[in-house]
Design a binder for this molecule. Structure first.
Ligand SMILES: *Cc1c(COP(=O)(O)O)cnc(C)c1O
Length: 377
């Protein structure tokens, strides 16, 4: 039986060629290709500066340092996110505080943040969940009013838009992922984007052991140079091999997003008369890249989410449970949390359907036929 994967990275000969050229150049660590990838990714997402990193997880860690979060501070995060969002707050000794999300987009809102805000709240990490843009106008205005730093976790959102601009544009600082589960990939990899030049300089330093110049700059100098280590930093660098792949992937981004949106529109048509299966949709203010296409099952559906996943797996369809909820995981068992009813509903009652560049209309028809069968229709 043919298996339909939930996600598949689009990697072609061009990526293989670009990686080969980086290797043949003899410069494989962070170097000219990383610099080029940062410049082009920042331009594509509407920011002045890009700082390439080893992952979105390390990007979130450095973003929290840049905005000045430390021990004793609280960072409001959605529990409904990949666990790295909450973990990042713990890396800087802060306490992650879980806020609920809205049902339609799976994202934080001004109201859900305000409900758990205290005088210790120093930052909010708003996730653009599964590529669904959060309401950045509302969130940024509220954060400014509260005097709280708004970090955007745009791990999944390359190519999504909000208010006619790319997600990331106009943000204080946004964190991105190039893990193969996302729309474009460098194997592993991440990026921070920001318009703040001072932060960009410091972030470049923090990713490279706190050094006041990069290894590439030192290598390029014709004079002997003595570097200095200005603060405790990390090794969070991306390699030039990864960046070479990323540059090719970036050229594919618009096409991949257009294709994903077309598949999403077709899922919407196929699911229109299947009562009890509510597919995620664009919000009024923006467009998703549909990195994750999830369907919320209501009581009308006639089968439980887990039974549906079992039926899909038995029929060659690799679907996934909905987005995880960190507060339900053992790592956060001791963390106090307000009730999160919408988060629990989405994580328990939704599933993510296959969506990738190699999907066919016949695959989509098969997926929806299995859903109908599971629902007894
Ligand atoms: C994937 C993901 C991350 C982690 O990204 P890595 O690059 O794997 O570290 C963080 N936040 C969200 C919302 C994600 O989906």
């Amino acid at each position: 039986m043919k298996r339909i994967p939930v996600m598949l990275p689009m990697l072609g000969e061009e990526e293989a060629q670009a990686a080969t050229e980086a290797i043949r150049s003899g410069w494989v660590a962070q170097g000219p290709r990383v610099a080029e990838f940062e410049k082009r990714f920042a331009a594509a997402t509407g920011s002045e500066h890009g700082i390439a990193l080893s992952s979105c997880t390390t990007a979130l860690h450095l973003a929290l340092i840049a905005v000045g979060v430390g021990p004793g501070d609280e960072v409001i995060v959605p529990s409904l996110s990949f666990i790295a969002t909450a973990n990042a707050a713990r890396y800087v000794g802060a306490t992650p505080v879980f806020a609920d999300v809205e049902l339609a987009t799976g994202n934080l809102t001004v109201q859900t943040i305000d409900a758990v805000r205290t005088e210790r709240t120093r930052a909010v990490i708003a996730v653009h969940q599964g590529g669904m843009p959060a309401d950045v106008h509302a969130l940024r205005a509220a954060a400014d009013g509260w005097g709280v730093a708004l970090i955007e976790d745009a791990a999944c959102a390359a190519g999504s838009t909000a208010y006619g601009q790319p997600v990331g544009a106009g943000s204080l600082v946004s964190a991105w992922s190039f893990h193969p589960r996302k729309v474009i990939t460098t194997g592993e990899g991440g990026m921070l984007t920001t318009d703040n030049a001072e932060w960009a300089t410091r972030l470049r330093r923090l990713r490279e052991h706190g050094m006041n110049m990069s290894a590439a700059e030192r290598e390029a100098s014709t004079q002997p140079v003595l570097e200095a280590y200005l603060e405790t930093g990390y090794n969070y660098r991306m390699t030039d091999i990864q960046a070479a792949i990323g540059l090719v992937q970036l050229d594919r981004l618009a096409g991949l997003v257009a294709q994903r949106r077309a598949f999403a529109a077709r899922y919407h048509e196929l699911l229109a008369d299947l009562d009890g299966a509510v597919p995620v949709r664009d919000p009024a203010y923006g467009e998703s890249n549909f990195q994750s296409f999830w369907v919320l099952l209501t009581d009308d559906f006639g089968a439980s989410r887990n039974d549906v996943l079992t039926e899909l797996a038995a029929n060659g369809v690799s679907a996934r449970r909905g987005i995880m909820a960190a507060h339900l995981e053992p790592a956060y068992a001791d963390a106090p949390s307000a009730p999160l009813p919408v988060t629990e509903r989405i994580t328990n009652d939704s599933l993510i359907l296959p969506l990738h560049h190699a999907l066919t209309e016949a695959d989509q028809d098969h997926v929806v036929a299995v859903l109908r069968k599971a629902a007894g229709r």
